[in-house]
Design a binder for this molecule. Structure first.
Ligand code: FES
Length: 81
C-alpha cells in the first residue's frame, strides 16, 4: 500500500500522506480553503468540523467541512470562492 496518494489542489498535482484530509492538502499546497466576504484568504481553524472555515470545492461539488473529508487518489480540490 502506498504511503502517499496524488491529488490535484488548485490545479497542481500534490502527493499527500494516506489519511490526510482535504483541508490538510490545502495547507500543504499553501492555498486558502476559501475567500471571505471581504476577499481575505481563510484557512482551517478547528480541524474538527465546527468552524466551517474550511469550505472547499471537491470534484466540482461544494463541501462545507473539508477537514472531515479524506483525500482520495485523483481528487480535484479548489478553494471555495
Ligand atoms: S477546520 Fe473547522 S470545520 Fe473544518
Amino acid at each position: 500500500m502506498p504511503e502517499t496518494i496524488t491529488v490535484r489542489v488548485g490545479g497542481k498535482s500534490l502527493d499527500v500522506p494516506v489519511g490526510a484530509s482535504v483541508a490538510v492538502a490545502a495547507l500543504i499546497a499553501g492555498i486558502p480553503c476559501r475567500t471571505s466576504v471581504t476577499n481575505q484568504p481563510r484557512t482551517p481553524l478547528c480541524g474538527m468540523g465546527i468552524c466551517f472555515e474550511c469550505r472547499m470545492v471537491i470534484n466540482g461539488q461544494p463541501h462545507l467541512r473539508s477537514c472531515q473529508v479524506l483525500c482520495e487518489p485523483g481528487m480535484e480540490i479548489f478553494p471555495d470562492e
